[in-house]
Every structure is written in structure tokens, then in C-alpha cells.
Design a protein around this ligand. Structure first.
Ligand code: UFG
Length: 344
């Protein structure tokens, strides 16, 4: 079965490509490399031992997309491509709405033209509104708090409307919690552009001495140690969830699943676990709360387990070890010459 992966060179996309290839799928990867490195393609090949078919191009260019569909017998699509930085989305909302919505519309149009009706969409737990009871079930109240989140919510709604009009299509929406870690080989991982916004890349850069200390945003939350609690999930577990989601698209339907572990860890839990498993100190200082953050956010992951037969198996220790291994092997990200061969 041939699967098109949009945004396949990104952090979650690249790990998903590896798992799909390992599971025997033929993949066609497309990426604009606007926020990813072309070196990822070679790394995916190094891990899987397979040549990767890929095209550099943008979903905003429907002629490009049409050309890819005309060249391959694509049977399903996993759609990752899009802009994803919360802060940037507040500053450039129209760019986020245009890029994320129009590219998805182009994708639907071309899928329709080539009679491809199976789509797995990369959504986010950010679509859940504040004030929901934890753990979050898929039927919790939806209300995104920023333009990025609203693009995810709007796309979910767009796909739902499309399904109502075309009930022979098959959609699986995956709402990711907080993916961290990297492939255990140390060959692929997260490479944030500039100063990291998210916790784990910041922690690894502090441990590596590239940043002086971690700013812990908020010590007065109503949690066990006062710092924010999130549902961190190993990116390889998350990637494997997409295989089960693809299988679900074998029959018609519109399904939505949380992909999380169902466990919450605080910022200090992450810091202490990282220090313990890697033997690296992570100096930090307490700061005031970051605007827009909630105290606690974790998934009820029961629906994915019951209906997809998927659950996360990797621990916070695995996530911290693999995130550090990636950092050590690639001190300057994907820039080839910097790669340090590992036995992982
Ligand atoms: N944090 C710090 N210091 C940092 C960065 C983060 O203390 O330098 C804290 C945050 O305050 C929060 C936790 O670490 O308590 C996790 O923060 P992240 O920025 O890593 O992740 P978020 O939960 O804020 O957001 C992530 C993704 C979003 C996505 C959301 C889904 O970045 O894109 O999860 O719930 F929408």
C-alpha cells in the first residue's frame, strides 16, 4: 500500500515515515523543507535501509500536488504539513489561516480528483478549551486559544463537513499531546528553529551548555510541585499510533483519537528524570507563569486503546534518554558533518 506523507521531513512526520516503512508500507514523502532539513531523507534511509521517494514542494501549489498524485498510486494520506508555532501564529494569524487551511483544501481537492479517500490528520490537544475535566476525553469541550489551535480545529470541522457530504471517505483525526524524545538511533529528532519554545528541546540545549539555564514558567500552579503538568509522549510511540490509524481507514468513518500516555508529569518531574537518566545537570530558575499556559493537561487515552489497539509503551526515562542521545549525536542539528556516529 502506498501512503503519501505531507510534511514527512518534520519532527513527527519523519518518525512516522520510519515506522511506516518498517511496517511494510511504501511511502511517498513530500515536504517544502520550510521548517525541516533535506538531510532527514537520508537519515530515514539509514534507519530503514530503504530508499525514500520524496518530492520537494508546497501544498499551496496544487499543480505540484497533482503531479505527485499522477505519478504514484496513492491509496491513503497522512497529513502533517503546516505551520505550528503558537507564538508566531499570534503575530501572523493570516499566514497561519492561509497556509494551514488552503493547503488542506488543495489536498482534499486533489485526493477527490484521484479517488483517494483515506486521510489521517495531524491535530493537537490544543483544540480542547480551558476548564475541561482531566483527563481529557475526545468529547471534551473544544475551543482553541490561539490562531494555530484554531487552524487545527477549523480543519477538523472542515474534514467533518466533507465526510458528511461524502460518507464513503475515511478520516482519522489524531490529537497529539506533548511529543518529546527522538528515535533511539540518534539519527532523527526534533530540530527547533532558533531558541526553543518547548520544554524538552530547551532542556537538552541547557544540558549541552548552549543555553545557560531553563526558565520554569510558573511555580504556583495547583499541582504536586507547583509547576505545569503535561502528558509527554515518546515520538516513536506517537508515530506508531499512525499505523493503527491508517488501518482504521480501511473502512468508512470519521474518528477522532487522543494520542497521549494518560499520565501527567510536571516540569520539575521532567528535569529531575532527565538529570537522573543522563547524569547531566539542568540548572533552572523559577519564573512567573507563561501567558496562555494551563496548569494541567493530560489525555484519557482509552478510546485509542479500545478502537485502535494502540497505547504508548515508552516511559519518561526513555523520552529523556533518547532526547539527550539525539542532542549528543547532532550537536548542531541535521548539519551532516556534525553527526557523531553512535551505536544506538
Ligand atoms: N515550560 C517551561 N519552560 C520552557 C518551556 C516550557 O517551564 O522553557 C513549561 C510550560 O510552561 C508547560 C510545559 O513546560 O508547563 C510544557 O510546555 P511546552 O511549550 O513544551 O508545551 P505546551 O504544553 O505549552 O504546548 C504543546 C505544543 C503545542 C500544542 C500543545 C498541545 O507546543 O503546539 O502542546 O497541548 F498545541
Amino acid at each position: 500500500m502506498t501512503v503519501l506523507i505531507t510534511g514527512g521531513a518534520g519532527y513527527i512526520g519523519s518518525h512516522t515515515c520510519v515506522e511506516l516503512i518498517k511496517a511494510g508500507y511504501d511511502i511517498v514523502l513530500i515536504d517544502s523543507f520550510a521548517n525541516s532539513s533535506p538531510d532527514v531523507i537520508e537519515r530515514i534511509s539509514m534507519i530503514t535501509g530503504k530508499t525514500v521517494t520524496f518530492y520537494k514542494g508546497d501544498l499551496l501549489d496544487s499543480a505540484f500536488l497533482d503531479k505527485v498524485f499522477s505519478r504514484h498510486s496513492i491509496e491513503a494520506v497522512v497529513h502533517f504539513a503546516g505551520l505550528k508555532a503558537v507564538g508566531e501564529s499570534v503575530e501572523k494569524p493570516t499566514s497561519y489561516y492561509y497556509t494551514n487551511l488552503v493547503s488542506t483544501l488543495h489536498l482534499l481537492q486533489v485526493m477527490g480528483k484521484y479517488d483517494v479517500q483515506r486521510l489521517v490528520f495531524s491535530s493537537s490537544a490544543t483544540v480542547y478549551g480551558d476548564g475541561n475535566k482531566m483527563p481529557l476525553k475526545e468529547n471534551a469541550r473544544l475551543q482553541a486559544a490561539n490562531p494555530y489551535g484554531r487552524t487545527k480545529l477549523m480543519i477538523e470541522e472542515m474534514l467533518d463537513d466533507h465526510y458528511r457530504a461524502h460518507p464513503n471517505w475515511r478520516f482519522v483525526i489524531l490529537r497529539y499531546f506533548n511529543p518529546i524524545g527522538a528515535h533511539p538511533s540518534g539519527l532523527i529528532g526534533e530540530e527547533p528553529a532558533g531558541r526553543p519554545n518547548n520544554l524538552m528541546p530547551y532542556v537538552t540545549q541547557v544540558a549541552a551548555g548552549r543555553l545557560p539555564e531553563l526558565n520554569v514558567f510558573g511555580a504556583d500552579y495547583p499541582t504536586h510541585d507547583g509547576t505545569g503538568v503535561r502528558d509527554y509522549i515518546h515520538v516513536v510511540d506517537l508515530a506508531r499510533g499512525h499505523i493503527q490509524a491508517l488501518k482504521k481507514t480501511a473502512s468508512t468513518g470519521f474518528h477522532t483519537y487522543n494520542l497521549g500516555t494518560g499520565r501527567g508529569y510536571s516540569v520539575l518531574d521532567v528535569v529531575r528524570t532527565f538529570e537522573k537518566v543522563n547524569g547531566q545537570p539542568v540548572p533552572y530558575q523559577m519564573q512567573s507563569r507563561r501567558a496562555g499556559d494551563t496548569a494541567v493537561c493530560y489525555a484519557d487515552a482509552a478510546k485509542a486503546k479500545a478502537e485502535l489497539g494502540w497505547e504508548a509503551v515508552k516511559t519518561l526515562e526513555d523520552m529523556c534518554r533518547d532526547a539527550w542521545h539525539w542532542q549528543v549525536c547532532n550537536p548542531n542539528g541535521y548539519r551532516k558533518k556534525q553527526y557523531v556516529q553512535s551505536n544506538g
